[in-house]
Structure formats: structure tokens, C-alpha cells
Design a protein around this ligand. Structure first.
Ligand code: IPM
Ligand code: MG
Length: 347
């Protein structure tokens, strides 16, 4: 089994290095690793954020462990050459349409949440975010209005096949959890959302055992801080899912804790922390590697058939936290590698 490791920019290399240490410690027979540059690092080395060799490795691999992309040095480049195009390109080229972003409160971290403890400790939800459509991939550009004003535009659209496949993914996820699915849209304003809602309702006929509800995205943002314990699985589009998942991450204490899986129809996936490249703290050993370590666990479980090894990693992270391991984002003083040490010791 081949795992592609794409560390990327900023804190990406530091956090993926700790995840790699944990994978090495498990010594799973038959696992091989190959690394390639991506994002701003790849632009600087090879002139493109997603060079053909990196895309080829991602296609050959059984799974991909991804750090983060984003580099302020690249902000003035044309959009097609910016680091973010690497992750968007991988999601599109590999048809990784289903993004699973679990947010669960580790009891030890209840004090790190900005929410009151009794609200935060009830959080155990999964955001299923569509990744291949929406305003992210619609026609976009800059133009001039008739009276000479500059105008930017990004077209939002979903077709019914795109909504249907993410809906199935979400209903199946709900079936493996508590059986509640909340579809988040803006159907009171957007045609895209009206189609989304209609199709989700059609797909629901195949899942009579799942309780489906609908919520407008503004209300969902409010409910996520008012009473996040009400949610089991949330399914939503690319843009709303991007925003709500950052919000959910802070509700459980730190964006440095949230892992994610981006899956195709056959279970191949890319695994990455939901946080970005954090250039302000890059190279200082301040980043929390747990989101990437937990992403490696999701990779073992969903793409590599190693559920036991995944359980071991998750148990080791819980044990390290219970033992008091805290990086700066969690109010502690441990460095990135010291957090890795704590997980390895628990393992
Ligand atoms: C994420 C990130 C990306 C996104 C960026 C880096 C393009 O914010 O994975 O949530 O918007 O999808
Ligand atoms: Mg995001």
C-alpha cells in the first residue's frame, strides 16, 4: 500500500512529520511512503502548485496524507498559480467529492472551548461537505460594468447528480452514527439550494431509518454555538461547509484538533487537518500536530483497511491529552515535536 505524503507550506511540513513518526511507530507491514512538494513550496521548486509528478503520485497512491497549503509570498500570483489551487486541483482531479469533518469534544479539552463547558461537552457531530462543486468551481472572473466599474463574479451551481452522490454519502454516514441528518442550505434565497433541498428529499426515500431535517445556513451557524449537541450529521455544500467546519472546530477547543477525509466513490481519499498553513507560526514548533495525526488515523480506517491501527492512534491521542499534553493553541507550552513525543509515548 502506497501512501503519498504531501507536506505543503507553512506548518504543513512540521505537522505531517509528526504524523509520519506515528505511522512509522505502528510499523504496518506492506506500507510504503513517497513524498512530493505541493502548494507554494511546489511553485517555488517547480513553477506550479500542483506539478505533474505530484498529481501522478497522488493518482498512484492508495491514500494521500496532506499537510496544508498557503503562502503569503504567492498572494500576488495569478489565481491559477496560487498554492490553494493545489488542494482544489487534487479534490477535482481525483473526484474527492465527499469531505468528512468530524468534531467531537475530547472531555479533557472542555476548558479550551470558547463555549460554556456544559454546552461544549455535548458536541459529537460530523460535517459532510461537498467538495467538487458550488461557487468554488463555477465560472469566475473580473469584468467591467457598463458604467466602467470593476466587477468580480463567481457562479454558484449544483447539478442533481452532484447533490445526489453527496446526499447518499451523508445518509450512509448518518446510518453509521445516531441516525440524524440535517441538510444545511439557503433555499429561502438561492435556486442552487432549492435544487439541493429537493434532491436530498428524494434521496431520503432510500433511507427510511434516518431522520432528515433542513436548516438555513445562517440559522445553522447560530445553532452551532447555541446548542451544538443537537447535531449528528450535517450535510452541506462546498462554501457553507467550509465556513461551518471552521466554526465547529473552535467549538471543540481548537482548530488544531480537527481531522478530515476527502473521499471518492471508491473509498480512496486525501486526509488533511482542516487548519491552514499558519505562516505566522511556521517553523517555530508551535503548531499542534494532533489534527494531522488524527487525519492519519482516518486514513488507516477509511482507505487502508487498518481499523485497529486507527483505534490505537485515537486512543493514544486521548491518553496524551488526559496526561496533560497541551500545545500553545490548547493553552499549554508543548512544542510540535513534544506533542508528537507524547502521542508516541502513549502509543
Ligand atoms: C479548507 C480550506 C480550503 C477550502 C482552502 C485552502 C482552499 O479552507 O480545506 O477548508 O476553502 O476548501
Ligand atoms: Mg476552510
Amino acid at each position: 500500500m502506497l501512501v503519498a505524503i504531501l507536506p505543503g507550506d507553512g506548518i504543513g511540513p512540521e505537522v505531517t512529520a509528526q504524523a509520519k513518526r506515528v505511522l512509522d511507530a505502528l510499523a504496518i507491514p506492506g506500507m510504503t511512503y513517497e513524498e512530493a512538494p505541493v502548494g507554494g513550496a511546489a511553485y517555488k521548486a517547480k513553477g506550479h502548485p500542483l506539478p505533474p509528478e505530484t498529481l501522478d503520485l497522488a493518482k498512484r497512491a492508495d491514500a494521500i496524507l496532506f499537510g496544508a497549503v498557503g503562502d503569503p509570498d504567492c498572494d500576488s500570483l495569478e489565481r491559477a498559480l496560487r498554492p490553494e489551487q493545489a488542494i482544489l486541483g487534487l479534490r477535482k482531479e481525483l473526484t474527492l467529492f465527499s469531505n468528512l469533518r468530524p468534531a467531537k469534544m475530547f472531555p479533557e479539552l472542555a476548558d479550551a472551548s470558547t463555549l460554556r463547558k456544559e454546552v461544549a461537552e455535548k458536541i459529537d457531530l460530523l460535517i459532510v461537505r461537498e467538495l467538487n462543486g458550488d461557487v468554488y468551481f463555477g465560472e469566475k472572473g473580473m469584468r467591467q460594468t457598463a458604467d466602467g466599474l470593476r466587477e468580480g463574479y463567481d457562479i454558484m451551481s449544483y447539478n442533481e447528480a452532484e447533490v445526489r452522490r453527496i446526499a447518499h454519502s451523508a445518509f450512509r454516514a448518518a446510518r453509521a452514527r445516531r441516525g440524524l441528518l440535517c441538510s444545511v442550505d439557503k433555499a429561502n434565497v438561492l435556486e442552487t439550494s432549492q435544487l439541493w433541498r429537493d434532491v436530498v428529499i428524494e434521496v431520503a426515500a432510500d433511507y427510511p431509518d434516518i431522520t432528515l431535517s433542513h436548516m438555513y445556513v445562517d440559522n445553522a451557524a447560530m445553532q452551532l454555538v447555541r446548542n451544538p449537541g443537537q447535531f449528528d450529521v450535517i450535510v452541506t455544500g462546498n462554501l457553507f461547509g467550509d465556513i461551518l467546519s471552521d466554526q465547529a472546530s473552535m467549538c471543540v477547543g481548537s482548530i488544531g484538533m480537527l481531522a478530515s477525509a476527502s473521499l471518492d466513490a471508491n473509498g480512496k481519499g486525501l486526509y488533511e487537518p482542516i487548519h491552514g498553513s499558519a505562516p505566522d507560526i511556521a517553523g517555530q514548533g508551535k503548531a499542534n500536530p494532533l489534527a494531522t495525526i488524527l487525519s492519519a488515523a482516518m486514513m488507516l480506517r477509511f482507505s487502508l483497511g487498518q481499523a485497529d491501527a486507527a483505534d490505537r492512534i485515537e486512543a493514544a491521542v486521548a491518553k496524551a491529552l488526559a496526561g496533560g499534553a497541551r500545545s500553545a493553541d490548547l493553552g499549554g507550552t508543548l512544542s510540535t515535536s513534544a506533542m508528537g513525543d507524547a502521542v508516541l509515548a502513549a502509543l
